[in-house]
Design a protein around this ligand. Structure first.
Ligand code: PGA
Length: 253
């Protein structure tokens, strides 16, 4: 059985006060669900990670980074390594989020290095994949997702890939209020799981968690989670409201 996993991606939001109060409200509102029946993580901006990790330290809610750099240390101005993140209490790292792919220009090749660096540094990568609207309209969703998964996991052993969580996030559904229907999401998740079966083995395909992301809200979380291959949710906008995020955690439980 795959334990449901709900992760909140705060993106470039909150400040030194609201990041802590949001973390504290999530802890107090989700005491019974988080850790028992659902794995929960939040991904604050880098500058608030350590303080949020401290605020969450007595809870079972984990902290993730929104990005990492591919090298472990050295002359890479402005970058943050996996070992630094591990050092301050991070468990997860998002790799290849669509905003990094499409706003910052990250390629599959770079994301592959990030996934590899995350695992090497003791973090659990959440690899984000998903098609653009034009790609879906041209019936290219499966082709795009296949390319992203194969390229971003290239060269990793099956043991290493077992540390990865996949997040299927159709780009057209991120921050737009347009959600994939549960059926559209299930179709994509089923495709990804079968692809992983082909690439690795039945055990890995059965155990790996595949999250859905893209305008997840309290009102659609339950229907999405009811689908067989949707193992959790990667939540952007709604994770900035403790009440909404807690309702989503409860829907996943
Ligand atoms: P959204 O973002 O929930 O605001 O659509 C999801 C994501 O970017 O992970």
């Amino acid at each position: 059985m795959r334990k449901p996993f709900v992760a909140g991606n705060w993106k470039m939001n909150t400040d030194s006060h609201t990041s802590i109060s949001l973390a504290e409200s999530i802890v107090s509102g989700s005491l019974e669900t988080a850790g028992q029946s659902v794995s929960v993580a939040v991904c604050p901006p880098f500058v608030y990670l350590q303080a949020v990790a401290k605020a969450l330290s007595a809870s079972s809610i984990a902290v993730g980074a929104q990005d990492i750099y591919i090298e472990s240390q050295g002359a890479f101005t402005g970058e943050i390594s996996a070992s630094m993140l591990k050092d301050i209490g991070c468990t997860y790292a998002l790799c290849g989020h669509s905003e990094r792919r499409h706003v910052l220009g990250e390629t599959d090749e770079l994301i592959n290095k990030k996934v590899t660096a995350a695992i090497g540094g003791g973090l659990l990568p959440i690899l984000c994949v998903g098609e653009l609207l034009a790609e879906r309209e041209a019936s290219r969703t499966n082709e795009v997702v296949t390319r992203q998964i194969k390229n971003c996991l290239a060269g990793l052993s099956i043991e290493k890939v077992s540390a990865v969580t996949i997040a299927y996030e159709p780009v057209w559904a991120i921050g737009t209020g347009l959600t994939a229907t549960p059926q559209q999401a299930q179709e994509a998740h089923d495709f990804v799981r079968k692809l992983l079966l082909q690439m690795y083995d039945a055990q890995l395909a059965e155990e790996i968690r595949i999250l859905y992301g893209g305008s997840v809200k309290p009102g659609n979380a339950g229907d999405l989670m009811a689908e067989q291959d949707i193992d959790g949710l990667l939540v952007g906008g709604a994770s900035l409201s403790a009440d909404d995020f807690i309702a989503i955690i409860q829907a996943a439980a």
